[in-house]
Write a protein that binds this ligand. Structure first.
Ligand code: TRP
Length: 438
């Protein structure tokens, strides 16, 4: 059977943006910014996106387009059958399963909040989130979210993923922009903007390492790096366009959506709620749900707006979760001749179990979604960079150059040396810091 490919270049870009834009942007990013020095954090974060994120994205693209394979098959074949490199790729397949196990639980919460916005179930009930976040019902909603994810993935690259994300991704941007305009126009929104974008250089100076770590972790997660999502998506590229151009567009749109999400969340909280609630101030998985939900309670048509808001979050989460499931599916289809249908069903069955375990264990959930994921992503991306830089080497540069314009080509050699030297070292130091080894 011939391998599938995207119908158009735009289809690929929208699918990749759909993967990148997710809970990382809508929920994690605004909080990280507010907690780490406001716009001072933003500056560091933008620097890392540009200097680590984009080169990393390009390394994954190069591996994917050159091999036309899932991460495990890509590293194995491109290294002429090295088992060790195959294992590095396989680690990505494993990480995808870990990621989806917790992401799908959060997806379940969102699904529930969309429904609860229609009925108004959480209005006037600040304990709602705690009541629904873990337990048997949380597990049931996780299964429902996983079902939606599988339904798209089973449709394949063109009629499943591409079709879904070509509708969802533009819708996310438009709806979020509309919500931001509305939120900023509320009286009292200024306090929220000041809190969000306050330039706290002192904080940065006092905590340079933790800010750097936070920014690096966020940059990898939000660009879907270190697992092989971008290897897999680029493996479905049919024609050779400029990877550097496509990668820049993806990074810019993704960052824009993060900033936009902050423009919705903070004005909303300050204008309508007079600031951060207790739960929100500490961040944590419940922050978005508790505070945003209670803010909507105060406005006319609040229920309708809440449905819109949680609807956007749901679309964003779904267009990301399909990119996680697609990695192991592609692996089984490419390497083990399993049909897409059986692969999707079998893997959904597996994640049904692992996700349920997460939905029943708050402590496990917190560990998996935090340190475990951070470690796996950082190590994974370091592996991909070293692979592209040293194993592919000149071939990586040739693949990068195919289809690229003059400016991109001029940046090729600096790109190659950065992924060979500085960037892996940077990632390993971040990894060591977070594991307490350095
Ligand atoms: N980037 C997505 C977000 O911000 C999450 C995501 C999707 C992801 N695929 C990934 C994260 C692969 C890491 C690796 O929510």
């Amino acid at each position: 059977m011939t391998r599938e490919s995207w119908t158009t270049r735009l289809g690929f870009i929208l699918a990749a943006v759909g993967s990148a834009v997710g809970l990382g942007n809508l929920w994690r990013f605004p909080w990280m910014t507010a907690e780490n020095g406001g716009s001072a954090f933003l500056v560091v974060y933008l620097g890392i996106i540009l200097l680590v994120g984009v080169p990393g994205l390009l390394a994954e693209f190069v591996i994917g387009r050159r091999s036309k394979r899932n991460p495990a098959g890509a590293l194995y074949r491109l290294s002429n059958g090295s088992g060790s490199w195959g294992i590095v790729g396989l680690l990505g397949v494993f990480t995808a399963l870990v990621l989806l196990s917790f992401y799908s639980v959060v997806g379940g919460w969102i699904l529930r909040y969309v429904g609860a916005s229609v009925t108004g179930a959480y209005f006037g009930n600040p304990g709602y989130f705690d009541a629904i976040s873990f337990g048997a019902e949380a597990a049931a909603f996780h299964v429902a979210f996983l079902g939606l994810t599988s339904l798209i993935v089973v449709g394949g690259v063109r009629s499943g993923i591409e079709k879904a994300t070509t509708v969802m991704t533009p819708l996310i941007v438009v709806m979020l922009a509309a919500l931001a305009v509305w939120a900023i126009s509320q009286s009292g929104a200024d306090a929220g903007l000041a809190f969000y974008l306050d330039f706290d250089a002192d904080y940065l100076q006092a905590n340079p390492i933790s800010v750097l770590q936070a920014a690096a972790g966020q940059a990898l997660f939000t660009l879907s790096l270190g697992v092989g999502t971008m290897i897999t998506y680029a493996s479905y590229l049919g024609e050779d366009n400029s990877l550097a151009f496509d990668g820049s567009v993806i990074a810019i749109l993704n960052t824009g959506v993060g900033v936009l999400a902050g423009l919705v969340v903070f004005p909303l909280l300050f204008a309508l709620q007079g600031g951060l609630s207790e739960t929100a101030a500490g961040g944590g998985p419940g922050a978005l749900f508790v505070s945003v939900a209670s803010a909507f309670q105060q406005v006319p048509f609040g229920q309708l707006l809440a449905v819109g808001f949680f609807g956007v979050v749901l679309l964003a989460a779904l267009s990301s979760s399909i990119s996680m499931l697609e990695i192991p599916v592609a692996y089984l289809v490419d390497e083990h001749d399993v049909s897409r249908r059986s692969a999707t069903l079998g893997l959904a069955g597996l994640i049904l179990v692992t996700g349920t375990v997460c939905a029943l264990n708050p402590d496990l959930f917190t560990t998996v979604s935090g340190p475990v994921v951070d470690t796996l992503l950082t190590a994974g991306l370091a592996g991909f960079l070293v692979f592209a830089g040293w194993v592919l080497g000149g071939d990586a540069l040739a693949e990068y150059g195919t289809g690229s314009g003059r400016i991109a080509r001029a940046l090729g050699v600096p790109w190659l040396w950065s992924i060979r030297t500085v960037l892996p070292v940077f990632l390993l130091v971040t990894l060591g810091l977070s594991l307490g080894l350095v």
